[in-house]
Ligand binder design. Structure first.
Ligand code: ATP
Ligand code: IPE
Length: 245
């Protein structure tokens, strides 16, 4: 079965410390993913290899000397993070190919044909959130979550799994409210009423993307990647996580 996985920057890096790779957590989750036995397409986030310098250099934002410098630096850092992830993939005996967004996204042009071709010849395509040229005047960040959406349209996978540092989507922020309730199963229409779920910041965007991805995938999950053993329970009603079916 075809599965697209997004490894959140919150799992593979310490988001508070510039360029801090979380090797042990990444190893755990990568080895658990290989035990799924699915044909995978892997996307990883940037965490502290991306967001910290992006803020510092004004990306997304207008093109100028400073942001141009930031663009190269951030891209270089993301290649570094991808190299860290790649080493772990090699140790786990994956057959994969890394395809940086700069090679297939420029302005409004997207061309994902290499993903399809490598996948069909037995490789796991790997890509990651990165900086990109959005227009003649602007640099942008193409996030891993958006890449997942694009790839879901192309691969129409059985499942899409977002791995982040939270147990799933809650009725309100679990880090602020101890009585927050995990929403294990969301059905596309009813539960996405804005009033039903209090989402703030990045998780709101993630929920929107999950909802859009569901149009192209049979099941979309948000699972805690710091507890990757939960991946064994994907098909169980006892799964701890959120699934949109
Ligand atoms: P990743 O790097 O893993 O892809 P992200 O950066 O896209 O994640 P964040 O912006 O960190 O995601 O959002 C996840 C955080 O959102 C959680 O750790 C949690 O603290 C917070 N949050 C706020 N409201 C909710 C909610 N209703 N349910 C779950 N998490 C929530
Ligand atoms: C961010 O990618 C990439 C850069 C900031 C360059 P994501 O937006 O997918 O990263 P995470 O998963 O939220 O850290």
């Amino acid at each position: 079965m075809t599965t697209i996985v997004k490894l959140g920057g919150s799992i593979i890096t310490d988001k508070t410390e510039y360029r801090r790779f979380m090797k042990h957590d990444t190893e755990k989750v990568v080895s658990m993913l290989s035990s799924l036995g699915d044909d995978l397409v892997l996307v990883h986030g940037g965490g502290s290899y991306g967001h910290i310098k992006a803020r510092e250099y004004g990306i997304p934002g207008p093109i100028n000397e400073r942001s141009r410098k930031g663009f190269s630096l951030i891209h270089c850092d993301m290649l570094g993070l991808n190299a860290e992830v790649s080493e772990i993939l090699i140790s786990n005996d994956y057959r994969f190919i890394s395809l940086p967004p700069a090679g297939f996204i420029f302005g409004r042009t997207r061309s994902y044909s290499a993903f399809r071709k490598y996948f069909e010849s037995g490789f796991m395509p790997v890509t990651f959130g990165d900086v990109y040229v959005k227009s003649d005047t602007e640099y942008g960040i193409y996030s891993g979550d958006t890449l997942v959406y694009d790839l879901a349209r192309i691969f129409t996978p059985e499942r899409v799994i977002f791995l982040s540092d939270v147990d799933g989507i809650f009725n309100r922020n679990p880090k602020l409210y101890s009585d927050a309730r995990l929403l294990s199963r969301l059905d596309e229409d009813a539960t996405f009423q804005p009033s039903a779920i209090d989402v703030t910041g990045g998780i709101g965007r993630k929920l929107e993307i999950m909802k859009k991805v569901r149009r192209y995938a049979k099941s979309v999950y948000l699972i805690n990647g710091l507890k990757p053993e939960r991946l064994r329970m994907l098909d169980s009603p006892d799964l701890i996580g959120t699934v949109i079916k």
